[in-house]
Design a protein around this ligand. Structure first.
Ligand code: C5P
Length: 208
């Protein structure tokens, strides 16, 4: 069984649902790296910090850290010990998170949090295979057209299709630096695939 399995891809590519299912099938914890960026963004908003002020964000995190708890039934985000998971997937956080996540020192904070976790696990994000766990035994990269991804995300947000699609395209552009897959990643276009089909494709590669 590989130690670390990475599943990367753009927003709403299905990576968190897929990672959760693959991890459950393998009896491993799954880890959502995006949730840490969301937790940091939550704190930035809570303390009224300018998302462009990298030094202020890092100072704030020193005093008000966030912690990812990868429970088998789902990842929890703690901000200073308080569970704020229910507030992580709002349009407000969606709109601010890329600005916060682009700072190298914020990324270093998240990388340290992830590398401190005890393997084995399945981790999902954008640069897990390319940057954070370059030695991962198996790396997957999920893609899908923006329209398919917007349709999948609709219903998870309090917004209509046009708003969700526009926000997704905007976030793709803002996250573009993190998006290229690792050269050794297995790329799966999920546009015409259901969740279970993607899960089975990945499990088949892992068990091969
Ligand atoms: O995956 P999720 O949509 O929860 O990620 C939220 C945001 O966190 C992304 O839009 C991106 O800005 C940032 N992120 C990142 N690198 C990762 C995971 C997430 O920059 N590995």
């Amino acid at each position: 069984m590989p130690d670390v399995i990475t599943i990367d891809g753009p927003s709403a590519s299905g990576k968190s649902s897929v990672a959760r299912r693959v991890a459950a099938e393998l009896g491993l914890p799954y880890v959502s790296s995006g949730l840490i960026y969301r937790g940091v963004t939550y704190q930035v908003k809570r303390y009224g910090i300018n998302p462009d002020d990298e030094a202020a964000i890092v100072r704030m995190l020193g005093q008000h850290p966030v912690q990812l708890v990868p429970l088998p039934e789902g990842n929890r985000m703690l901000a200073e010990g308080q569970d704020v998971t229910a507030q992580m997937h709002t349009l407000e956080i969606d709109q601010a998170v890329s600005a916060v996540a682009r700072h190298p020192e914020v990324r270093a904070y998240v990388y340290r949090s992830l590398r401190a976790l005890q393997p084995p696990f399945v981790v999902e994000g954008r640069d897990m295979g390319s940057t954070v766990f370059p030695d991962a035994a198996l790396k997957f990269y999920l893609t899908a057209t923006p329209e398919v991804r917007a349709r999948r995300r609709l219903g998870e947000r309090d917004a209509d299709y046009a708003t969700v699609l526009a926000e997704l395209i905007r976030r793709d552009a803002a996250d573009a630096k993190q998006i290229p897959p690792a050269p050794d990643a297995i790329i799966i276009d999920t546009s015409a695939m259901g969740l279970e089909e993607v899960v089975q494709t990945i499990l088949e590669r892992i068990r091969r």
